[in-house]
Design a protein around this ligand. Structure first.
Ligand code: CP
Length: 320
């Protein structure tokens, strides 16, 4: 069996995506029913986070716990990387220390591929620079399915700082592969210049981008990745692009509002909407626990067919 890495969703086909979401949904059912998930005794996962994280790191830990996988946490700080050791030598060291899988978040695009090249055991991308965040997109798809009943044919407006967002890229690839129509909405300084290479249509006016949208996915303004001068001011951005009860009026009546977190409250999203009935932001956090368990299970050689034997399909259930 070839090594099962999850480095991005762009490389996955629709069947693989659906299978991971089906396993996530079945794990959700089992965890809510208090049933055990398949166990991996003796397996150890390294969680390598070279950028801050709350949701992703903790949910991978929680998912590993549910699967009987032990975790060891590693950040650059306090390690020999602080003395100048390279990422390559760090990964070769961790391989020799008998880790079974590595989950990696890193500010540089493509670094999970480098980790995979040297580790040669399963590597899971937990977010690399502006490139991809595949487990976020898988969890978001599960959240949409659970709330809207389908993904095929939905209009999904991804609003804000698309240029710096790995969440936007992974969601655009994944949701379009599942049949959604994706829009990118924001000022042209925050939409990638190569937008045409992504599976979505650009919109520069919020009201036009939200017209008829079934799902509005807000993005965090990533000031830490932003060059100077991309925005005139936060106040102007708020006035033109904030998602709130007023600006949501052109959207579908049953629109849901998503945000990967952390939220700049009062900037890309107002409090009333973030905490209101259309918001599924906390559902996204929970879904990600199940999808990260599904991805760890798959990466460590678990058999999806064995899990799904007799299970109800979340896609068919949604259509029924
Ligand atoms: N959505 C997300 O990746 O959140 P964290 O940075 O808290 O992990």
């Amino acid at each position: 069996m070839s090594v099962r890495h999850l480095l991005g969703v762009r490389r996955l086909d629709t069947i693989q995506i659906q299978e991971l979401i089906e396993v996530s949904a079945e794990f959700r059912r089992r965890m809510k029913a208090g049933e055990a998930l398949p166990q991996f005794p003796g397996k150890v996962a390294g969680l390598l986070f070279f950028e801050g994280s709350t949701r992703t790191r903790v949910s991978f830990e929680r998912a590993a716990f549910a699967l009987g996988i032990q975790v060891t946490n590693f950040t650059g700080q306090g390690s020999s990387m602080a003395k100048g050791e390279t990422l390559r030598d760090t990964i070769l060291t961790l391989r020799q220390e008998l880790l079974d899988t590595i989950v990696v978040r890193h500010p540089s695009c493509g670094s999970p591929q480098l980790v995979a090249d040297f580790f040669r055991r399963p590597v899971i991308n937990a977010g690399d620079g502006e490139h991809e965040h595949p487990t976020q997109a898988l969890g978001d798809a599960l959240t949409i399915l659970l709330r809207k009943g389908r993904i095929q044919g939905l209009t999904v407006a991804i609003v804000g700082d698309v240029m710096h967002s790995r969440v936007a890229r992974s969601n655009a690839w994944l949701l379009s592969k599942l049949g959604a129509k994706v829009r990118f909405v924001g000022p042209n300084t925050l939409l990638p210049s190569n937008c045409a290479l992504l599976p979505g249509e650009p919109y520069f006016k919020l009201s036009e981008g939200l017209e008829g949208a079934d799902v509005v996915m807000c993005l965090r303004l990533q000031k830490e990745r932003m060059a100077q001068g991309l925005l005139s001011s936060i106040g102007e951005y708020r006035r033109l692009y904030q998602v709130n009860e007023r600006t949501l009026r052109p959207a579908a009546k049953d629109v849901i509002v998503m945000h990967p977190g952390p939220i700049n409250r009062g900037v890309e999203l107002d409090d009333a909407t973030a905490d209101g009935p259309r918001s599924v932001i906390l559902d996204q956090v929970e879904s990600a626990v199940y999808t990260r368990a599904a991805v760890l299970f798959w990466a460590l050689g678990g058999d999806p067919d064995a899990v799904l034997d007799g299970a109800t399909s979340v896609f068919e259930e949604a259509e029924a």
